[in-house]
Design a protein around this ligand. Structure first.
Ligand SMILES: Nc1ncnc2c1ncn2[C@@H]1O[C@H](COP(=O)(O)OP(=O)(O)O)[C@@H](O)[C@H]1O
Ligand SMILES: [Mg+2]
Length: 252
């Protein structure tokens, strides 16, 4: 009798898998992610986790207190979801890029490659002198970068904030797009949603899909980035800029 009861209590393998999956869906970290966060803790990148800043389709972004290796109070941790099948469609952003070889087409490998790619792209942005979060470290699906905000309060996106001098902000964004291009990178997902405003200055974020200019679709992505930015400033601030001329400015 006793034996039977204890056996009944034991969850089945399916139960266990379901629970693990639910934990991931609830945003509670799976074991791999926990271990990776632990490594960043051991390396002195983070000291402790604070709260979630944003929950996205592919990644969640958390505020962490910085470890002793970071000369700032906070760190932003972007944690890519391991369960996301969506990433399989993203393989084209990796394989068309001459900086990357072939990648295993399993979800975990793609997610890790994506995270590493965002880290590498942020390094390029930093080298180009583009306003973007400084990358600190990555491990598997966990990326640690500079937190953009004030006293633990995250910066607003360009879309959320009415800017005082839109002409100037637009010029700053286009200047950075040009600098990035001169460093052989195209953001490829630039819009009012992926620009954060800090001290009235625009910072580009979300570099996962950024590609090398030799990627076969790089020019199409750049056209789209420029279109998105000009369209937004046209709509929100009635600023008219010529698309072709802007393209020449960036690539010239
Ligand atoms: N370095 C950062 N500092 C502060 N907030 C950030 C940072 N990076 C991302 N965020 C916040 O998290 C949100 C999602 O980040 P993002 O990189 O755009 O991921 P997604 O791929 O989910 O769009 C952003 O809109 C922003 O509000
Ligand atoms: Mg984004």
């Amino acid at each position: 009798m006793a034996r039977r009861r204890s056996r009944e209590k034991e969850p089945s393998r399916e139960d266990y898998q379901l629970k693990e999956q639910l934990k991931i869906e609830e945003g509670v970290f799976d074991t791999r992610t926990v271990l990776r966060i632990g490594k960043l803790f051991n390396k002195g990148v983070i000291a402790s986790m604070e709260f979630i800043i944003a929950r996205g389709k592919e990644a969640d972004v958390y505020l962490a207190n910085a470890g002793e290796k970071v000369g700032k109070d906070f760190v932003a941790l972007k944690i890519f979801r391991l369960e996301n099948a969506r990433f399989q469609n993203r393989i084209k952003y990796i394989e068309g890029d001459p900086r990357f070889g072939r990648v295993k087409h399993d979800v975990f490998a793609i997610v890790n490659e994506w995270c590493k790619k965002e880290y590498g792209n942020l390094m390029v942005a930093e080298g180009a002198g583009v306003r973007a979060p400084r990358p600190y470290a990555f491990n598997g699906n966990v990326l640690a970068m500079e937190f953009l905000g004030k006293e633990g309060k995250p910066s607003q996106t360009l879309r959320e904030q009415k800017v005082k001098d839109p002409e100037k902000v637009l010029d700053q964004i286009l200047d950075d797009t040009r600098k990035l291009y001169q460093s052989e990178l195209v953001h490829a997902d630039l819009s009012e949603y992926n620009i954060l405003m800090l001290d009235s200055l625009p910072y580009m974020i979300d570099f996962g899909q950024a590609v090398h200019i030799k990627h076969p679709d790089a020019m199409r992505f750049l056209e789209r980035d420029v279109f998105n930015v000009l369209h937004y400033f046209g709509k929100a601030y009635k600023i008219e800029r010529d698309h072709a001329e802007t393209m020449r400015f960036i690539t010239g």
